[in-house]
Design a protein around this ligand. Structure first.
Ligand code: ZZB
Length: 258
């Protein structure tokens, strides 16, 4: 599985994260690095998700920069030339997801240039980097979870100000308009992030419809088909130093889900 890992630079740590990393990262710039298969949707990022109970590491990529992801992802990265010494995993500090919530980070290409880290129950620590960038316009999981958080901000321990956004149109299809995740979640009557089965179905529908019948409504490739724009946005993000390729061995995916 060939993902793109996005470099979302920390602008301001949450108080808890600040305390946890104090004196541990040696003045490095730190980035959250969500893995995505949808680079063309990055314009519509509204926030980033971590699993509140997932353990993350901060890993040094050199003397000036470090990445936040799961240890499992760092182990994959070390065989993909991300760290200075192949096979070594330079962990600076471990940090639990809930601690990262409320941290403000940059969203590469985003209409909203700086977004917050929020909690999502459905983040898997066995996939990607364990960090997910959120695009409510085109991801049913993201649309549903941000709606849940807004309804029960106190329960989820989030500040409503971190959720002060609307889904941002990125691409349009004849069938679902320019906010396909919103349309499909309504059609399937999805109530919350606990509706796992319907969410899986919604994701499938939105993904296919967008990929085969979508046209970009924003960005440098506005008016082009999603199929054409996808590799171009991906290449642009890499070229601008805002992202890097991250691959997951297929055998690992199979053994994990078996
Ligand atoms: C931005 C984005 C925008 C995504 C979208 C999807 C969509 P797949 O096909 O199941 O592999 N993701 C990545 N890592 C995790 C994780 N550890 N736990 C939960 N979700 C994760 O799905 C890959 C997508 O799942 C990734 O692409 C990421 O969200 C999320 F408009 O990044 B995506 C219809 C989907 N739309």
């Amino acid at each position: 599985q060939e993902y793109l890992a996005l470099r979302m630079e920390v602008v301001e740590w949450s108080p808890a994260a600040k305390e946890a990393i104090e004196g541990k990262v040696g003045g490095r710039k730190v980035y959250l690095v969500p893995a995505t298969l949808r680079p063309e949707t990055m314009y519509g990022q509204t926030n980033c998700f971590v699993g509140p109970n997932i353990k993350y590491g901060v890993f040094a990529i050199n003397d000036t920069e470090a990445y936040v992801c799961t240890y499992r992802a760092a182990r994959n990265m070390t065989f993909q030339g991300v760290f200075p010494v192949r096979g070594e995993i330079p962990q600076l500090v471990e940090i639990v997801g809930s601690t990262l919530v409320g941290t403000k980070i940059k969203a590469p290409l985003g209409v909203i240039p700086e977004v917050y880290v929020l909690p999502m129950e459905n983040v898997k620590d066995t996939k990607g980097t364990g960090v997910v960038t959120s695009v409510p316009s085109d991801s049913p999981d993201d649309y549903t979870t941000t709606s849940d958080l807004r309804k029960k901000a106190e329960f989820y321990k989030v500040d409503p100000r971190w959720l002060d956004f609307e889904p941002i149109p990125v691409l349009k299809t004849d069938k679902y308009g320019d906010l396909s995740a919103v349309a499909v979640c309504k059609e399937l009557k999805i109530q919350s992030q606990k509706d796992i089965k319907q969410l899986t179905e919604a994701k499938e529908i939105v993904y296919k419809e967008g990929f085969y019948n979508g046209t970009m409504v924003i960005g440098d490739f506005k008016g082009e088909s999603v199929q054409e724009a996808k590799p171009k946005v991906r290449a642009q993000l890499i070229q601008m130093g805002l992202a890097f390729p991250y691959a997951e061995p297929e055998s690992m995916v199979i053994s994990r889900s078996a």
